[in-house]
Write a protein that binds this ligand. Structure first.
Ligand code: HEC
Ligand code: HEC
Length: 413
């Protein structure tokens, strides 16, 4: 009798557990299907769908150029000084440090390099299919058939990436010494830029003759006929090959090859649901390539002066566009802190919180009146307030766990 009761109770517990597990499994299956459905509806597609074929020989030449300080006419800076592997193709700094910097990351600060008042963008997926807007302020972009860039009608290439890689080379402080440009050209204009491109090529021919011979042979021209567009094209091949989107845990989940854990699933539901993230972070890059104001603080110098960066306004001159920035893509975002155009936020959790509850980070009495005034303008323009609902700390950390599933597996093609 005793034994029977024990067996009965045992069976009951077993059944309860079994039912509990079954219910949890059923609810996970349900969550999985919602995430998959919403990802698809928001234009998500597998990383491979964004790939553009590259010429491997040109990519190899592009790699050497990317790593060469001789691409900077007189600044001794290479692309790789600010876009290096350890920082997942960013530089790990709030603001980039250009000429006068030394080495990687914080040592560039310590060496007293010049500040470029923007957070370095990582290069994952940049220039892939449908990647239509470059830089935080969209100063190279395409809308329909129209290409916008500083070059006006003389856009160097229909290929936006090729046009975009023209810019770092003529950017004062980033790769060029200011005195040199002021002395030689008085101001930054497109004809000054043309002259600088010519000099960059001449400089490369003198300092990197073997590489330039390889490039000349590859494109079938004489050594002396190389133009900057050829250099930019090689750089674009390299960037498209090296930083193409690779499979992520999320893409494998979408393909049914792996499952997400509890936190990742709940984070995914919030990302596509109450969090409203997907309203802007959509498509295969998790960016709609549009412009919004998220009230991130502008500490220190900004592009337009102390504490000020007008963002998109810098490329459109439309007052309505002040403080708007391109929605950043989110692949590898767990590895590219600090965050935002100003690089003022250190953690993913806080970055998410800034979208819906920025005031928790400020003590208004400790701000100067000017800082408060400036921050008011950000708040007045805030586009996320209506979309992102209040999220508690647990929900924020679940979304951060979900964002980590967007890390790319660099060992895969
Ligand atoms: C001094 C540091 C620095 C150097 C050197 C540098 N970059 Fe950058 N890069 C940045 C910063 C900062 C940004 C974001 C600038 C902005 O949006 O205003 C950026 C953005 C970019 C982007 C746009 C990415 C996107 O998502 O739109 C590309 C492409 C790029 N860099 C390529 C290069 C190449 C190629 C070189 C070498 C010719 C180079 N960079 C040299 C700091 C640097
Ligand atoms: C209204 C559009 C919009 C919504 C909704 C939105 N974001 Fe953003 N997000 C942006 C823009 C624009 C930026 C860049 C703003 C800047 O740097 O000034 C950004 C920046 C970020 C960054 C920093 C990326 C980096 O590389 O610096 C992360 C992470 C991020 N958002 C995640 C989220 C999450 C998670 C949600 C949902 C809780 C969300 N966003 C909702 C537009 C949006």
């Amino acid at each position: 009798m005793n034994l029977n009761i024990k067996t009965f109770i045992f069976c009951l517990i077993f059944l309860f557990n079994f039912y509990g597990n079954l219910k949890a499994q059923a609810s996970n299956v349900y969550k999985e299907s919602i995430i998959k459905e919403r990802a698809k509806a928001s234009g998500y597609d597998l990383p491979s769908s964004t790939h553009i074929p590259v010429d491997e020989n040109m990519a190899a030449i592009g790699k050497d150029l990317f790593e060469s300080e001789n691409l900077s006419l007189n600044g001794g800076v290479a692309c790789v000084s600010c876009h290096f592997d350890k920082a997942a193709s960013g530089d790990g700094l709030p603001n980039a440090i250009g000429i006068g910097g030394d080495g990687e990351g914080i040592s560039r600060y310590k060496a007293g390099g010049k500040v470029v008042p923007r957070n370095t963008l990582a290069l994952w997926g940049v220039g892939g299919k449908g990647f239509s807007t470059f830089f935080w302020d969209g100063r190279v972009s395409r809308s329909g058939e129209t290409i916008t860039s500083q070059f006006g009608k003389d856009t160097p290439s229909e290929d936006l990436l090729i046009t975009a890689v023209h810019l770092p080379v003529v950017e004062i402080r980033e790769t060029l010494q200011e005195d040199y440009v002021v002395k030689s050209f008085k101001k930054e204009t497109t004809s000054a830029a043309d002259e600088i491109y010519k000099r960059v090529v001449e400089n490369l021919i003198v300092k990197e003759p073997a590489l330039m011979k390889k490039l000349a042979k590859e494109i079938g021209v004489n050594f002396e006929e190389i133009e900057f567009i050829n250099i930019a094209t090689a750089l674009a091949h390299f960037i498209r090959s090296e930083f193409k989107l690779r499979p992520s845990k999320f893409s494998k989940f979408i393909e049914g090859e792996t499952s997400l854990n509890e936190d990742e699933l709940n984070g995914g539901l919030l990302f596509y649901g109450k969090g409203g993230c997907v309203s802007c972070h959509s498509g295969p890059y998790f960016s709609d390539f549009n412009f919004y104001t998220v009230p991130f603080p502008q500490l220190g110098f900004g592009k337009n002066g102390f504490g000020i960066d007008y963002g998109l306004y810098n490329s459109t001159f439309n007052p309505e566009d002040q403080y708007k920035f391109r929605t950043p893509s989110l692949h590898n975002v767990s590895k590219t802190r600090p965050y935002s155009h100003s690089g003022a936020v250190m953690s993913l959790d806080e970055t998410i919180q800034y979208h819906f509850d920025p005031l928790q980070f400020f003590d208004a009495k400790k701000m100067t009146p000017l800082q408060r005034h400036q921050y008011n303008k950000y708040l007045a323009k805030n586009d996320t307030n209506e979309i992102v609902q209040y999220l508690n700390d647990k929900e924020v950390s679940q979304i951060a766990s979900f964002l980590k599933t967007l890390d790319l597996d660099e060992n895969e093609k």
